[in-house]
Ligand binder design. Structure first.
Ligand SMILES: Cc1ncc(COP(=O)(O)O)c(C=O)c1O
Length: 424
């Protein structure tokens, strides 16, 4: 055997039985079969064997199983980002002529997808008021196939009546899909809910941006799609394969490593976030704090209903500063923070801050504005009046609380408030 071949086909095999606390990382595009008949016998859709890197490795199967348990689901599919999880659900379940209903406070790129690709494929959408099930009920038509739920909504944090929405979807025979990034499988059980009369209820699909709490380090993009329904999982799996939505093994390794500490991180961040939200809610500079655990926050009673067992509320909330301040002052507040860094995303160890222009991210809620942040026109049916009614006027800033000490974050906020609003 030539040396070059020897370097590739060396007879040495390490002894079996190596066991370590962390799961090994398997990286593969090619999977090697022992013989042709095994190759022919293997079904890429089954997790009993391996066929090709895109269809799963021991690392990705392990993470999928752990996430399915976390969510209380039977099946889980990993995808390269949270947004890819939203896209996968839409593209698996919707066809030309179908309609999808999206809450008016949804994660903005989810709406952009509906305005872009879904519209191109002849799939229509309407926005609904997440705090008004009557509005949703009258928007569900014969074409409605899927209703998205986000608990709470992005940035403005309205917490919807999840159980009532899921019950309505059941009654009307349409599928419900929850963006469960905030709940993370910890604040409430999406597949084990209860209707008002205490009958068990379940969402059909739950997605998470693992980018946030599951990864926890601000260094990985990943998402997952979970379900208890075998036929839905089959559809999702087929579309996943056809779109080639594989995840990188090192990213899987990172999430597997972070997952055991997720509950500890989530609960610690939750306590600090509640403390800071309460502290800010009594400040004279602040018109309103949008945090589901705060009584005056829109949908607070819905949060209590869904998360009453855990009283968890994650670690992201928004503050509306009084309208008599200037945008420059609010920007100076963000710039003056030392521990809070300016950046998107949430759920990681570093606290983050972002000022938002409500008129840009919720165009449909403001009369006379019919474009979203990317300048795309909203479809005619997209206009919805609704939950801005519960928002006070002013300048909105979103805070995501990391793992820093609560007192340090409090003094950081205090000095930034002084610098921005009291140094004339
Ligand atoms: C509620 C929610 N869903 C989904 C996503 C998308 O996650 P990713 O950044 O992994 O695409 C985000 C990202 O911020 C989010 O906030």
């Amino acid at each position: 055997m030539a040396k070059t071949t020897h370097l590739i086909h060396h007879p040495y095999a390490p002894p079996e039985g190596f066991v370590a606390p962390q799961f090994p990382t398997y990286r593969a595009s090619t999977v090697i079969f022992p013989n042709v008949s095994t190759m022919r016998a293997r079904d890429w859709k089954q997790k009993s064997g391996y066929t090709y890197g895109l269809h799963g490795t021991p690392s990705s199967f392990t993470l999928e199983e752990r996430l399915a348990s976390l969510e209380g689901a039977k099946f889980c599919q990993l995808v390269p980002s949270g947004l890819a999880a939203i896209a996968l659900v839409n593209l698996s379940l919707l066809k030309c002529g179908d309609e999808v209903l999206i809450p008016s406070n949804a994660y903005a790129p989810s709406l952009a997808l509906a305005l872009g690709e879904l519209a191109h494929y002849g799939i229509t959408h309407q926005l609904y008021d997440p705090l008004n099930t009557a509005d949703l009920a009258q928007k569900i038509s014969g074409n409605t196939r899927l209703v998205w739920v986000e608990a709470p909504g992005s940035v403005t944090m309205e917490f919807p009546p999840i159980e009532a929405i899921v019950q309505l979807c059941r009654d009307k025979g349409v599928l419900s899909a929850l963006d469960n990034t905030w709940g993370a499988g910890l604040a409430f059980n999406a597949f084990n809910l209860y209707a008002q009369d205490k009958t068990p209820l379940s969402v059909d699909i739950s997605i998470q941006a693992l980018t946030k709490y599951a990864s926890g380090g601000g260094d990985v993009l990943m998402g997952c799609v979970c379900t208890c329904d075998e036929s839905l999982n089959h559809k999702i799996k087929l579309t996943h394969m056809r779109l080639g939505l594989g995840v990188a093994s090192h990213d899987v390794e990172t999430v597997l490593r972070s997952l055991p500490s997720m509950q500890l991180r989530y609960t610690t961040q939750d306590v600090t976030a509640k403390f800071l939200a309460n502290t800010l809610s009594v400040r004279e500079e602040v018109a309103q704090v949008l945090h589901p655990a705060i009584q005056s926050s829109p949908g607070h009673m819905n949060w209590l209903n869904s998360c009453g067992n855990t009283l968890l509320a994650a670690s992201i909330f928004s503050v509306i500063f009084r309208p008599d301040y200037s945008q420059d002052q609010v920007d100076l507040f963000c710039d003056s923070l030392k521990y809070f860094k300016i950046g998107y995303s949430w759920g990681g160890h570093i606290s983050l801050v972002v000022p938002y222009d409500l008129k840009m991210i919720r165009p449909a809620l403001f009369n006379g504005i019919d474009q979203n942040a990317d300048g795309q026109a909203l479809s005619a049916g997209s206009q919805v009046k609704g939950s801005t009614d519960s928002l006070k006027p002013g300048h909105l800033v979103r805070l995501c609380i990391g793992l820093e000490d609560a007192e340090d974050l409090t003094s950081d906020l205090e000095q930034a408030l002084q610098t921005a609003f009291h140094n004339s």
